[in-house]
Write a protein of this length. Structure first.
Length: 82
């Protein structure tokens, strides 16, 4: 039983944490898309970036401490406020 637990622990530690799909063919580089968020007048810093369903989901903080979310289509670059 102890060997089984050790094996499970080792396998669990070596397996990837998450499977991430890459952006689709023809996507713009993230560095091309971020200025649409960073150049906002109230922008302070980016809190988190996730990629899901063909879009980057970006959480950022404003200078007054509020948290905002936007989605940016990875191919078109279209920004949608959440």
């Amino acid at each position: 039983m102890r060997m089984f637990l050790i094996t499970v622990a080792v396998v669990g530690l070596t397996a990837p944490a998450l499977a991430v799909d890459p952006p689709p063919q023809g996507s713009k580089a993230l560095s091309e898309l971020l200025p649409s968020v960073e150049n906002r007048d109230d922008f302070a810093f980016i809190e988190e970036i996730e990629f899901e369903d063909g879009a980057y989901e970006i959480e950022y903080n404003t200078k007054d401490g509020n948290e905002n979310k936007v989605k940016i289509d990875s191919v078109s670059g279209e920004v949608t406020d959440d």
